[in-house]
Design a protein around this ligand. Structure first.
Ligand SMILES: *[C@@H]1O[C@H](CO)[C@@H](O)[C@H](O)[C@H]1NC(C)=O
Length: 173
């Protein structure tokens, strides 16, 4: 009986740990979204950005844009060519590599006059994903922007992992 219980606990833990270390979504500015006159440095403060996590920039289409830039362009609000802008109003960026990342708005003087700029530091992934997760995580990291198909794959794996844990639990106790 004790052995069975140990097995169950092991099964639960090995199911739940990958769930807990799963990539996170960060909605930039939370409910304020991507906008002018918001302190994005204060927003980023204390957040643990990891490789595989995702930034989501929400804003009314046309009101703002998102450019990924380097540190110099961030400091001086230098806009890259217009065709490099993200403009969907719901732009998702998967953090593919560790290090410092800079983002600015390309509309008007939003960057220089209204502080619409974000600087974050991305840490390496904290622990390796489970074998089942590995292929989709590798794909996510190698793609600059997320794809819905991959997101759904991850969600299904999550769903079945949790389901398996619940079934195990209901049989054991
Ligand atoms: C930063 O980006 C700008 C514009 O893309 C480029 O001209 C500049 O050389 C870059 N600076 C560094 C330090 O990479």
């Amino acid at each position: 009986m004790a052995l069975l219980r140990s097995c169950v606990v092991f099964a639960l833990i090995s199911t739940i740990i990958p769930v807990m270390t799963l990539a996170k979504d960060f909605v930039v500015g939370d409910e304020k979204g991507w906008t002018i006159n918001f302190n994005y440095q204060a927003w980023a403060q204390g957040k643990d950005f990891r490789v595989g996590d995702k930034l989501v920039f929400n804003y009314p289409v046309g009101a703002h844009t998102v450019f990924k830039v380097n540190g110099t362009s961030f400091q001086n609000c230098i806009k890259p060519p217009a065709n490099e802008a993200l403009t969907s109003g719901n732009d998702e960026i998967v953090l593919a590599t560790p290090g410092r990342k800079w983002y600015i708005c390309g509309v008007g003087k939003h960057c220089e006059s209204a502080g619409q700029k974000l600087f974050i530091t991305v840490q390496p992934q904290s622990s390796s994903p489970s074998p089942a997760m590995a292929p989709s995580m590798v794909q996510m990291q190698s793609m600059p922007y997320s794809s819905k198909a991959i997101k759904d794959t991850v969600n299904y794996q999550l769903f079945f992992g949790v389901l398996a844990a619940l079934v195990t639990l209901s049989f054991a106790f």
